[in-house]
Design a protein around this ligand. Structure first.
Ligand SMILES: [Mg+2]
Length: 276
């Protein structure tokens, strides 16, 4: 990603204009909310409302965090009462160890029209994923923990997924991400990139990629991390009406306060040395 950034600066172009000539100016974006921070469903619902008012086009929650299967279904129904049925609501199950948890939850939430059902089991459990896909009829999402093209090829050949959410920081960078997008397109599977909790470098790289490949789905953002990111990195995006737009800066377009970063890095090193 650093090399792509250098290339963009050399050519005086933002990365998306280097990756493709058929780029989009804005891409759909959704917000992920850690549901365990809002154990009370009412608080979670009002947080969803706030986030949607900030311009995000959809919400992802973790209904099983600190909740039983029945409580998870009640939580989803309350969120839908707040946001209605038309705005995408993504459910991340975060890999329950037993696939039956997902199979039991699916019929309880189906009437609330989840946009997708993410990691109803671990992404490596291809057969179980396929079974859940067939039995529930919900859109299955997986891929955030995986790297290496072979895994994605195997999952596609098992017809076990509707949408991949590979993470640009985990899969090996921009070239591997492009390979996954091209491979998925050939198999009628969409790609909605995951963002590994970075709202700076990885998030920018991910948005550039979505701008370059019009057939990608919504990009993921973690609004809760933005205030922290803005302590060392200036803002290079705007979110309005469900879409994210980047400033027209060269390369990845991320400006980091490297002095601040160096200060923190050296104090981190010293604290490790002190401990030892
Ligand atoms: Mg996830």
């Amino acid at each position: 990603m650093s090399l792509w950034d250098i290339e963009g600066k050399k050519k005086k172009k933002p990365l998306y204009k280097i990756l493709s000539s058929k780029y989009r100016d804005k891409v759909p974006v959704y917000a992920t909310i850690w549901s365990e921070d809002f154990k009370n469903d009412e608080k979670l619902s009002s947080r969803c409302e706030e986030i949607l008012n900030q311009g995000y086009g959809g919400i992802k929650i973790y209904p099983l965090q600190k909740r039983t299967i029945d409580e998870a279904a009640i939580c989803v129904s309350k969120i839908r009462q707040t946001m209605g049925l038309n705005i995408p609501l993504m459910l991340d199950l975060a890999c329950p160890k037993n696939k039956n948890v997902s199979l039991k939850l699916a019929p309880l939430v189906k009437e609330f029209k989840p946009y997708w059902f993410e990691e109803p089991v671990d992404g490596e459990a291809t057969r179980a994923l396929k079974e859940i896909k067939n039995q529930t009829g919900l859109r299955i999402v997986t891929g955030e923990k995986q790297c290496g093209i072979n895994h994605f090829i195997e999952t596609l050949s098992a017809d076990a997924v509707d949408i991949f959410n590979p993470d640009i920081s985990s899969v090996g960078g921009i070239i591997d991400m492009i390979k996954i997008i091209e491979l998925s397109n050939k198999n009628n599977v969409r790609v909605s990139p995951h963002c590994w909790n970075s709202m700076s470098i990885a998030a920018s790289a991910m948005v550039h990629l979505c701008m370059s490949f019009p057939n990608t789905e919504m990009a993921e953002f973690f609004p809760e991390y933005i205030p922290y990111t803005l302590k060392f990195c200036d803002k290079n995006f705007e979110i309005n009406n469900g879409l994210i737009e980047l400033d027209n800066r060269e390369g990845l377009g991320v400006k980091i306060d490297t002095n601040l970063l160096m200060e923190n890095t050296s104090s981190y090193k010293f604290s490790i040395l002190d401990k030892n």
